[in-house]
Write a protein that binds this ligand. Structure first.
Ligand code: STL
Length: 353
């Protein structure tokens, strides 16, 4: 280990500035014209599209709508940003966006009492806007604003009649908070999530790959109630900074509220084995958060360690890292700088109100 500070050097700063216009104009707004480029941007960094044929059909037919649901959470972190990034991609591909602040779901999943959750939802709305979702182009919906309507509740009962206990329970394997001694609310949860898709009238359901079983339940059962089957877009799940599953109780994540010094410190301490790409949180941050937002990524090194190196694609970085040509500490220093630049706007916007 060599004692180098995490301050933004002039060179990195200039490189960031040079690429900032790319972030704000080309990436965050405007819509890709032809079908092929729209498909390409929707598919980038996804684990799967269920199904691609159906996605193309929707894109050809009309102006599509997509949604993501979040249980309101005290901290919005890089894990949430995986789906936020996808929403930004979808906007660029001309898709309308709904963000569902799923307060009733959080209640069913034992995340707090109802009023507490509503307050957190309001903070989350501000955080998602600060992350770059254009307020004028995104519709935020609070779950309890429609999930208590009579027609919705009747649909929950209809769903309950056609879904086996076994299926409902299994669909929640990767989502539910309580693993042992399951409660009935855990089984209502996926039925409601499926119905959100129908009642929000969206074509695309976006979520982490941990939502897969619930989405498959929705695809299978919604048509039985006379609703269309959604196209599902699944992002990877970001591994925690310690290489374990990300979890709010362990604090192994980077929050959008973390000040730069905290980001630097967390990155410095993070699990980042030499030459290892898989399950490496620092490599994943480069892949999913840095490369999609910057034209190139510059690692600054003293001459004796190989000098500065510029990567224009994630593949180039990945190849160099797995070959052992890039030291974890050099990578970490640069990742911290770029991440802080990315979060700078977000922090400022959050502090404004
Ligand atoms: C979490 C964490 C997270 C997302 C979700 C849950 C998803 C919840 C949800 C609820 C209702 C929907 C869709 C998604 O219709 O980041 O614990």
């Amino acid at each position: 280990m060599y004692p180098r500070i995490f301050a933004l050097s002039l060179k990195t700063f200039k490189s960031l500035l040079r690429h900032f216009p790319l972030m704000s104009s080309a990436v965050l707004s405007g819509s890709a014209a032809d079908l092929e480029s729209r498909i390409k941007i929707i598919k980038r960094n996804l684990v799967e599209v269920v199904t691609e044929e159906e996605m193309i059909e929707v894109l050809e037919k009309k102006k599509p709508k997509a949604y993501v649901g979040y249980e309101p959470s005290g901290e919005i972190h890089l894990g949430h940003m995986m789906t936020v990034n996808k929403l930004i991609d979808l906007q660029q591909a001309g898709v309308d966006i709904i963000v569902l602040l799923a307060d009733l779901h959080a209640y069913l999943n034992e995340k707090g009492d109802f009023d507490e959750i509503k307050e957190v939802a309001e903070y989350n709305r501000k955080a998602f806007i600060a992350l770059g979702l254009d307020e004028s182009k995104v519709k935020f919906v609070l779950g309890s604003d429609f999930q208590l309507d009579e027609d919705y509740v009747l649909d929950v009962h209809k769903m309950a009649r056609i879904t086996t206990v076994n299926r409902a329970r299994r669909s929640m394997d990767e989502v539910s908070r309580r693993k042992r001694d399951p409660v009935v609310s855990q089984m209502i949860y996926p039925l409601m999530q499926a119905l959100d898709i129908a009642h929000l009238e969206v074509d695309f359901a976006v979520g982490g790959i941990d939502q897969r079983k619930i989405h498959m339940l929705a695809r299978e059962n919604l048509p039985k109630l006379g609703y269309p089957s959604p196209v599902c877009l699944h992002t990877p799940i970001l591994v925690g900074l310690d290489g374990e599953k990300m979890s709010s109780s362990k604090g192994n994540y980077i929050s959008v509220r973390d000040p730069p010094e905290t980001v630097n410190q967390k990155i410095r301490k993070a699990f980042c084995p030499e030459k290892q790409i898989e399950e490496n949180p620092i490599i994943q941050i480069a892949q999913y958060h840095i490369f999609p937002r910057f034209e190139s990524f510059i690692v600054e090194r003293p001459e004796k360690f190989g000098g500065d190196v510029e990567y224009r694609t994630f593949e180039e970085l990945s190849r160099d890292y797995s070959a052992g040509n890039l030291h974890p500490m050099d990578l970490k220093l640069s990742i911290a700088n770029y991440l802080n630049k990315l979060l700078e706007n977000t922090r400022r916007k959050l502090n404004e109100n």
